[in-house]
Design a protein around this ligand. Structure first.
Ligand SMILES: CC(C)(COP(=O)(O)OP(=O)(O)OC[C@H]1O[C@@H](n2cnc3c(N)ncnc32)[C@H](O)[C@@H]1OP(=O)(O)O)[C@@H](O)C(=O)NCCC(=O)NCCS
Length: 162
């Protein structure tokens, strides 16, 4: 699977807002406003990539806190619109290569909402380690709270191919 990661542009946001609605269970990921997406694209401590396959956008990947003093960045979100075709794995592998080798980060971490078993399987398959659980850390709607499983990868656990 050959994919490219290119920096998101404001004109990508309309499609990204539609992609956000793709997952069968909409509560699996947070849904942002157009303003939040535009702010993330503009944020210097954030990398906001569009995942491209065969010249067409097939998802997006957002990494925040690149300015963290502990060199620990937050993989905020990945959404793939061609599930189970290897796009997600190729995109995260490429992102990790950039983050560890070029940006010299030490740790990449992320949250998976409990119940999002596909994502937990996905990040485990890529070599992320579950560190623990942030109990009822995410609010859904007015009164429902969901726990988040915390996963991370350290630079010495990264198996790039260079
Ligand atoms: C989670 C997600 C990013 C995975 O991307 P993907 O392109 O479908 O994953 P890949 O095809 O690269 O899968 C790589 C490996 O992950 C694991 N995996 C992926 N999806 C899985 C699923 N639904 N169930 C079990 N394992 C899964 C498998 O080990 C798979 O390898 P295999 O296909 O050889 O068995 C994608 O399904 C998605 O966008 N989900 C909705 C949004 C979301 O929940 N994002 C994550 C939270 S931020």
């Amino acid at each position: 699977m050959v994919i490219e990661l290119r920096c998101a542009r404001p004109e990508d946001v309309g499609r990204i807002l539609r992609d956000e609605k793709e997952p069968a269970d909409r509560s699996l990921i947070d849904h942002w406003s157009k303003k939040q997406h535009l702010e993330a694209i503009d944020n210097e401590a954030t990398i906001y990539w569009v995942i491209v396959h065969d010249g067409a956008p097939v998802g997006h990947l957002i990494v925040q806190n690149l300015d963290d003093p502990n060199d620990s960045a937050f993989l905020r979100r990945i959404v793939v619109t061609l599930p189970r075709s290897g796009v997600g794995k190729a995109a995260v592998s490429k992102a990790l290569d950039y983050l560890f080798r070029i940006k010299k980060l030490h740790r990449i971490w992320l949250n998976v909402k409990q119940g999002n078993t596909a994502s937990a399987e996905f990040f485990s398959a890529l070599g992320f380690v579950q560190e623990g659980t942030s109990r009822e850390a995410s609010k859904i709607g007015d009164s429902r709270y969901v726990s988040m499983d915390v996963f991370s990868m350290l630079v010495n656990e990264f198996e790039g191919d260079a």
